[in-house]
Design a protein around this ligand. Sequence first.
Ligand SMILES: [Zn+2]
Length: 235
Amino acid sequence: MEMTSLADLLDLQAIDLQIDRLLEQRQSLPELAAYKTAHDEQKRNEGERDQVAAELRQLELELDKAEGELGILEAKLEEHETRLFAGGMSGRETEHMRLEVQSLKGQREAMEEKVLGMLERIDPVRERLSGFEDEIARISGAKSELESSIKGQWKVIDGELARKEEQKLDALVPIDADMLELYDKLRVIKEGVAVAEYDHGVCGGCHMALSPAEEEEAFSTDLPRCVHCRRILVR
Ligand SMILES: [Zn+2]
């Protein structure tokens, strides 16, 4: 009667070990590690992208301002030139206006160079930004592919797990509560192996031999345990 119960425990353990393996497999898919790497990479790129975007916004504001100033200079210049062309001013006024136009032209040239310089600085920043955007999009695509691969594999594993859990319910039926408690405790501290087959004087759990005297002592109780590893022995 007792032996039957211990053998049942071995059956339960076989199922539990299969469940352990499936759970381990579920959490150690190479795609999961790749997904994490891609996710970190994406975050890093997004951080750098945001910095470059802020830099670009600042440069564009400055460019807007310079272009605005250039526009004002051009309008002023046009107005002055129109007045010069229209004539009707005194000699002094004309000379004053002419000098003003000359000065405005100088300012316009300086401002045009400033704007050109800014455009030259902005272009590489825009390129860097679009480089980050491309990289983020690429990583995002890779993540989606990994995600669907993970989901697909998890679906298969979860189906298998559900079948094993169902088998486990049947395997639990003949096992009494105290035995199950000991079994669960031993599984936690013995790398999932609470019950070991005793074969030709050797414990299947720790693979150590028991002397004939140790064997006799172990199997003289209702609950034979390995003298070395304390696992439950079944022969
Ligand atoms: Zn042992």
